[in-house]
Design a protein around this ligand. Structure first.
Ligand SMILES: Cc1cc2nc3c(=O)[nH]c(=O)nc-3n(C[C@H](O)[C@H](O)[C@H](O)COP(=O)(O)O)c2cc1C
Length: 336
């Protein structure tokens, strides 16, 4: 109810600015004690990747790229938060405007391009947070690192965030960094995962702790590509697959005036496609690895559909833009 009023004001602003205003407002409210600081609601608790999740619902990457809003997001009762994507060096991302709302279909198109303050700034922010829940850190490559050196960027980021993360997500599925998605296949994937696996082995020895690694994939893969990828991810000892990132498809919004904007589509129009990928993955993995399902979750029914499709955990981002922070409580009540 509260969000209906705030939404009118927020939707009068540029989408990216509205996002910063809304999340810094929420974070300030949490810091001043206006909303309860991060006590996660206990609903369907579960142990996944060796971590104890109080409930299966988390905030997806991209909502808090620099770890600035954790206190606010943590106050919503979610079971976990994934910050990032963070790259080794700070970078500005693509020219603005680069986020577009499609309110008629509860969707967003974004071509942000990994705008972020870099790993060092992220770690500094994390020192200031009171959030004590499960923290995922999502890592990527800088846009100007050549593709042949992509693995080096992931290893740099992995080393930097290792001690602070409960789990680390390797993002190879953003459509807004040129050729990034090529890392999801063939020799590129095998080389990347073997490099990451060796780096993690050394870090496990050095830190005395093995941090689980999840691989985040695109929805625009064929069933055959998904099956091959599922096999490779297991071969290199990864711990989970996150499905999915945003889609390049415009089929669900064909004819929409913003359908020609380039970038990744998220929100309700993505939901069916993400569900299909999760179902295909679940068949291919046959329980060998957990799946974190994400894409268009904006109701209890869609949260349940994603869990029923084979996801052990779920995440959302775009649903909150259209339905507000109340959506988290509503989904958790529905799952209870
Ligand atoms: C504005 C925006 C920025 C995003 N940034 C990232 C990112 O930096 N890294 C990432 O892995 N996913 C990113 N995503 C993708 C989301 O994490 C999620 O996979 C996708 O939006 C589908 O979920 P949703 O429909 O609930 O938003 C972004 C999504 C949006 C809308």
């Amino acid at each position: 109810m509260m969000y209906a009023l705030a939404r009118r004001l927020l939707f009068s602003m540029d989408a990216e600015r509205a996002h910063a205003v809304a999340l810094s407002g929420l974070t300030q409210a949490a810091r001043c004690g206006l909303v309860q600081p991060g006590v996660a609601t206990v609903v369907r608790p579960r142990t996944i990747m060796g971590l104890s999740f109080p409930n299966p619902l988390g905030i997806a990457a991209g909502a808090d790229k620099n770890g600035e809003f954790l206190d606010g997001l943590g106050a919503l009762g979610v079971g976990f938060v994934e910050v990032g994507t963070v790259t080794p060096r700070a970078q500005p991302g693509n020219p603005k405007p680069r986020v577009f709302r499609l309110p008629e279909v509860d969707g967003l198109i974004n071509r942000l391009g990994f705008n972020n303050n870099g790993v060092v700034a992220l770690l500094q922010q994390l020192e200031r947070t009171r959030y004590a829940g499960i923290l995922g850190i999502n890592i990527g490559k800088n846009f100007d690192t050549p593709m042949e050196k992509a693995a080096d960027d992931y290893v740099l980021a992995l080393r930097a965030v290792y001690a602070r993360a409960n789990y680390i997500t390797v993002n190879i599925s953003s459509p807004n960094t040129q050729n990034l998605r090529a890392l999801q296949e063939g020799d590129e994937l095998a080389h990347l995962l073997s490099t990451i696996s060796n780096a993690r082995e050394a870090l496990t020895q050095a830190h005395g702790r093995r941090v689980p690694i999840a691989i985040k994939i695109a929805p625009d893969l064929t069933a055959q590509q998904i099956e091959t990828l599922a096999h490779t991810v297991q071969t290199f000892g990864m711990d989970a697959i996150i499905a999915t990132n945003t889609t390049l498809s415009r089929q669900p919004i064909s004819g929409h005036p913003l359908a020609t904007e380039s970038g990744g589509l998220s929100g309700a129009p993505l939901h069916e496609q993400s569900l299909t990928v999760v179902r295909t993955l679940a068949r291919a993995l046959d329980g060998a690895l957990p799946i974190i399902g994400v894409g268009g979750i904006d109701s209890g029914a869609r949260a349940r559909a994603m869990l029923d499709a084979g996801a052990s955990l779920i995440q959302l981002y775009t649903g909150m833009v259209f339905k507000g922070p109340e959506l988290i409580g509503a989904i958790l009540r529905d799952l209870a």
